[in-house]
Every structure is written in structure tokens, then in C-alpha cells.
Design a protein around this ligand. Structure first.
Ligand SMILES: Nc1ncnc2c1ncn2[C@@H]1O[C@H](COP(=O)(O)OP(=O)(O)OP(=O)(O)O)[C@@H](O)[C@H]1O
Ligand SMILES: [Mg+2]
Length: 242
């Protein structure tokens, strides 16, 4: 199976501080890869490099077979940033219509997809509400809808479920699994260790690099733990001893 993301010996320095430190990883076509790690581990920095928003200091990264940065890949890739990228003084519909137009969708396509996505995020009734008037969790749900609008084949989702209530988080994961089953590849970061079990493979990230990688089951078995949180702590302790 080909790799949709391939990162080799990537480094990113911010004024002498290595946010990404010899990072290598591959995301296979059609899998959900979860990047897990504490605040400051470098997850967002890695995703921004993959989306072409930051230039690496050294090493290389390929997305859908093309070396990044490459502006040509925008239509194939969806990026949900950790920080909100919505126009706060526009309505939900106006935001979706804006993103739809940016990606060259017709009015009809925007209308059909908007309807389906607002149903997914359970905000059909808020179509004409200003973003500013929605709660933080609701804004996050609209951000996910905007990311999915142009039906990208590869998704970078940076904390897509943060602030979203448990029922809807479960719905999101069922949806992500459905996308995966339809052949969409996803690289997802999350702080909720429990929901990472939905990923096909997980990379535990710390200090800018991967300290362990495998399926959730493999990571639990290898560390003789029964939660991914404990598995992460076990790897983190081992690292500390090296
Ligand atoms: N533009 C920047 N200039 C300087 N340092 C930065 C910059 N962006 C990120 N960093 C630093 O790089 C490190 C990694 O940050 P990053 O945002 O990638 O972490 P993260 O794993 O996404 O954390 P979180 O879980 O809090 O979202 C942090 O120490 C951060 O302070
Ligand atoms: Mg982050």
C-alpha cells in the first residue's frame, strides 16, 4: 500500500529551539494515523509543515507523493487547524459558502454538501447564526464542516474533537471511520487518549519526535497496560532513562 504522507528526518528550529527533532513517519493510504503527545510535543508544527504553512529547517516531507511545500495540492488536502479559521462576523452558511467558493465548488455542490455536513455536526438550525454567537464547541464543529466541504482525499485534523461533547465526539469518530472505509486518509492529533483507540496506528510524540508507534492494541500489549494513557507514560519513562 502506498504512503500518502512520508516524513524523513524532519527538523524545525525556532531560533535555536528544535520543535521538530529528527521526525520520521509514514501514513499509509486509507488509514487513520493518530499523533498523540503532550502540549509542545510538535504535533501542530508537523502538520503545518505538511500543509505547506511552515518550511522545514531540514529533512523532507511528501504529501500524496509530492514534496512539500506545494501549493498545487490544496484541492486534494483538507486541513482543520487547531486555532479557529472562521470569519466570526459572518454566518455559518456564509463561512461554508466562502470555503466552497475558494475550492471552486458550484452553488449546487455547496448547497448539497452544506446540508449533509450541518446534519453531521448537528447544527442545521444554526445555518444563519453568526459564528461569534456560537459556543466554542459549536464553532469547532463548523470548522470541521468547512474542512470536509471540498471532499479532500487526505485530511489533517488538528484536535478535531476538542471542546466537543462526548456524544458528538462518538459521532465524529464514526464519521471518520466511515471516511476511512471510503478510502480517505487521515492524520489526526488528539489529547483524548481514550478516543485514540479508533486510530489504525498511533505515533506517541514527545520533544519533536516519535517515541513509539503501532496499533493501539500493539502499544497496549507491548507496555502491558490497559489504557493508551498508561502506555504513553510507560514509553515516556523509558525515554527518560535513556
Ligand atoms: N512560531 C513559533 N515560534 C517559536 N516557537 C514555536 C513556534 N511555533 C511553535 N513553537 C514551539 O514549538 C513547540 C511545539 O509546538 P506545537 O504547537 O507544534 O506543539 P503541539 O504538540 O501542537 O502542542 P499542543 O498539544 O499544545 O497543541 C512548542 O515548544 C512551541 O512553543
Ligand atoms: Mg497543537
Amino acid at each position: 500500500m502506498k504512503d500518502d504522507v512520508c516524513i524523513r528526518n524532519l527538523e524545525k528550529d525556532f531560533g535555536g529551539f528544535k520543535a521538530i527533532n529528527n521526525l520520521s513517519l509514514r501514513v499509509k493510504h486509507g488509514e487513520i494515523y493518530g499523533l498523540l503527545g503532550p502540549n509542545g510535543a510538535g504535533k501542530t508544527t508537523a502538520i503545518k509543515i505538511l500543509c505547506g504553512l511552515l518550511r522545514p529547517s531540514s529533512g523532507e516531507a511528501y504529501v500524496l507523493g509530492t514534496k512539500v511545500p506545494d501549493p498545487g495540492m490544496a484541492s486534494s488536502v483538507g486541513y482543520m487547524p487547531q486555532e479557529l479559521a472562521l470569519y466570526r462576523n459572518l454566518t455559518v452558511h456564509e463561512n461554508l459558502a466562502f470555503y466552497g467558493e475558494v475550492f471552486g465548488l458550484s452553488k449546487k455542490e455547496i448547497e448539497t454538501r452544506e446540508q449533509a455536513l450541518l446534519k453531521l455536526v448537528d447544527l442545521e438550525a444554526s445555518k444563519d447564526v453568526l459564528i461569534d454567537e456560537l459556543s466554542g464547541g459549536m464553532q469547532h464543529r463548523i470548522s470541521l464542516a468547512c474542512t470536509l466541504l471540498h471532499e479532500p482525499q487526505l485530511l489533517f485534523l488538528d484536535e478535531p474533537t476538542v471542546g466537543v461533547d462526548p456524544d458528538l465526539r462518538a459521532t465524529f469518530w464514526r464519521y471518520f471511520e466511515g471516511l476511512r472505509d471510503a478510502g480517505i486518509t487521515m492524520l489526526i492529533t488528539t489529547h483524548y487518549m481514550d478516543e485514540a483507540r479508533h486510530c489504525d496506528r498511533i505515533g506517541f510524540m514527545r520533544d519533536g519526535r516519535i517515541i513509539a508507534e503501532g496499533s493501539p492494541q500493539e502499544l497496549l500489549e507491548l507496555t502491558h497496560t490497559d489504557s493508551l494513557e498508561d502506555a504513553f507514560l510507560a514509553y515516556s519513562r523509558t525515554e527518560g532513562l535513556q
